[in-house]
Write a protein that binds this ligand. Structure first.
Ligand code: ADP
Ligand code: MG
Length: 621
């Protein structure tokens, strides 16, 4: 359950960010973050998802924003004329035309506002859809490293929540960026018309604001990334405790878990406070700067009006315009927080996917193979998880120099103490793990040459941990294919489960529920066996397939398995040695090596590892 890159319980363990890029991405470790690219580069990665899916909607939104912004200077303009004429002259128009103009103005502005929001929402939802589908599709085909590097909760969090939040924030920011810069532009334009010297004086202040915004946005980005990692960490603690609630209670680990949770929560709290604090620093700073501008303008305007003849209307229009300019300027200075947060959120999703490539297979797609298997000097080393024996990142040998030939149709049993490498060995076949050295061939062709689909159709796998989907029994048995009801029944009958399934409401259409928790361990395992029978693959892998069964159902299932094994190449890993006496050959493994192999009787007679394991089990039983 614990993903390889986590080390919450060993915070003192040496950090090896190189061998596991995700290790460094933990809250509070800014130093370990990948070098920070500029906001522009980061945006360039994200923007195409918005642009390419919604050109029309974006164009419409932009047009609407131009219209909305253009209406803004109209108020100071109207004021100026009313003031200059002493509220007497409406340029020959009827009295009611001015109030009407104001209403019309606001109707136009409101409509444009709505259209721009609609267009941007559409663009953002299209982007979310595109990114999410891309991410999920990638997840389904990604190299297995994706799942060892990331916890389930962080993948879920990214695909389900972060992308949505990120896109919403981004589009909100884009709206502010475009609309308010346009508004500001129109105001500044009008200001220039009114009094260009005064305006130039005010404009000098802009670079100062720009610099401040840059500084704050850098810090915000760091805090955002750290905040997302903290969210992951928190979700991860919750996920673990949801999955392991029984063990947590049985071991009285509640207090310990609470402490873990509290630590993560506190970290998140402080990051959020820092984020908020940095983000909201911008408003007071810009406002103070704005007050400088206003003070200076007033001063100059007053000094100037004594010399020249600026009308009161001009002056009021100028001041109104400036005051109105504060609002968009403030929005623009605040936009950095959501913009960086949104970009970071979306980027993280993209990162998670792009850092792990898609599984790549070869071109060979031969249909059904005969089932000859050959391991040639296969070695496998795992990158260690944090533990006391091996610091994180070191390679631990799980298999060394394994050479083994299995003929089509043969049944080979693997035995050995736990940790000997049996599961690792069979996991190599469908390429759930890649060997570090050596070759693996099926029907004489290296498995790397097969397409992924062609390779994986060759195997049916029944293992200790059975995963069931929240769907009907039939769908679980026929997993991946359309359910042929007659064959589903046959498969269930073969696995000695049909009688039970028929007692369920709905029979083979009965819903199994969340990971089949209402089924017993043995029933779950028999369902997995039915799934293997249904798949009818030429190579069968049974990894402790009968370990959850009681002796009676094991005998029944054993009979089913024997029928299933006929005509197939079978690799059986069995805990109970009594179940493998009929295998053609027994391979005994220890410490990642094959120590002996041969028929059951011969191995017993030779008095090696197998004989010892056998003696131990039958003495005890
Ligand atoms: N994903 C993994 N990451 C790191 N080490 C692993 C991983 N899977 C298995 N190992 C290690 O490889 C060795 C062999 O494990 P495994 O093949 O599961 O043995 P068996 O099935 O014979 O009990 C063990 O030492 C185990 O700790
Ligand atoms: Mg195992």
């Amino acid at each position: 359950m614990r993903p390889a890159c986590r080390s919450t319980s060993h915070p003192q363990a040496p950090d090896n960010a190189r061998s596991c890029p995700f290790r460094g991405r933990r809250p509070g470790r800014f130093a370990a973050l990948p070098s920070m690219s500029t906001l522009k580069q980061r945006l360039a990665r994200v923007i195409p998802y918005f642009r390419d899916n919604s050109r029309g909607a974006l164009a419409l939104a932009c047009a609407a924003m131009v219209v909305a912004a253009a209406t803004e200077p109209a108020i100071p303009y109207i004021l100026k004329h009313l003031l200059n004429s002493g509220f007497k002259d409406t340029a020959g128009l009827p009295i009611w035309s001015v109030p009407l103009a104001i209403v019309v103005l606001f109707v136009i502005r409101g409509m444009s506002w709505w259209v721009s929001s609609y267009g941007l929402t559409k663009a953002s939802q299209n982007a979310v859809l595109a990114v999410r589908e891309h991410m999920f599709a990638h997840m389904l085909r990604a190299a297995p490293a994706l799942f060892t590097r990331n916890s389930a909760s962080s993948i879920t969090n990214n695909i389900v929540y972060e992308i949505q939040t990120g896109a919403n924030l981004l589009m909100g920011s884009v709206q502010i960026l475009i609309r308010d810069s346009l508004t500001a532009l129109f105001f500044v334009g009008y200001l220039l018309i009114l009094n260009w010297r005064l305006t130039l004086f005010v404009v000098v202040l802009f670079p100062i604001v720009g610099y401040l915004v840059r500084v704050v946005s850098k810090r915000l980005h760091k805090l955002n990334v750290a905040g997302q990692n903290a969210t992951d960490e928190l979700a991860y603690v919750v996920e673990e405790n949801v999955l392991a609630w029984r063990i947590v209670r049985l071991h009285g680990a509640a207090r310990q878990e609470q402490r873990r949770f509290d630590n993560s929560s506190r970290l998140m709290r402080s990051l959020n406070i820092k984020q908020q604090a940095s983000g909201s620093l911008m408003t007071p700073i810009t406002q103070v700067l704005a007050s400088f501008a206003l003070a200076a303008v007033l001063w100059m305007a007053l000094a100037e009006s004594t010399r020249s003849h600026g009308t009161p209307g001009d002056f009021i229009a100028f001041i109104t315009c400036m005051l109105l300019l504060i609002q968009p300027a403030k929005h623009l200075s605040d936009v950095m927080a959501p913009l960086t947060r949104g970009t970071a959120a979306m980027e993280r999703g993209l990162d998670m996917m792009e850092l792990v490539p898609v599984e790549s297979g070869g071109k060979l797609a031969p249909g059904r193979v005969k089932g000859d298997i050959e391991f040639r000097e296969v070695g496998l080393r795992y990158t260690a998880r944090d533990s006391d024996e091996a610091p994180d990142g070191t390679l631990v040998a799980a298999l060394s120099d394994v050479s083994l030939t299995i003929r089509a149709g043969e049944t080979v049993a693997f035995v050995g103490p736990s940790g000997a490498g049996k599961t690792s060995l069979v996991n190599l076949l469908p390429r759930f793990v890649e060997p570090t050295s050596g070759d693996i061939l099926i029907d004489g062709a290296p498995i790397r040459d097969y397409t992924m689909d062609a390779l994986r159709t060759q195997f049916a796998l029944v293992s200790q941990d059975v995963v069931l989907f929240n769907d009907s029994v039939a769908a679980n048995v026929a997993l991946g294919a359309d359910a042929d009801r007659a064959r589903v029944r046959d498969a269930l009958a073969g696995a000695n489960l049909l009688d039970f399934v028929l007692t369920m409401p709905g029979g083979i259409d009965a819903q199994i529920g969340h990971n089949g928790t209402q089924l017993s361990g043995g029933q779950r395992q028999r369902l997995a066996i039915a799934r293997a029978i249904y798949k009818d693959a030429p190579i069968l892998i049974l990894d402790e397939a009968t370990s959850a069964l009681d002796s009676e159902s094991e005998r029944a299932v054993q009979a089913a398995l024997e029928v299933l094994m006929k005509g197939r190449t079978t690799l059986v890993i069995a805990h109970r040695l009594s179940t493998i006496e009929h295998a053609d050959r027994v391979v005994a493994m220890d410490h990642g090596r094959i120590v002996e192999q041969g028929p059951h009787a011969a191995l017993l007679a030779s008095g090696g590892l197998y004989a010892r394991l056998h003696a131990m089990q039958f003495r005890g039983a």
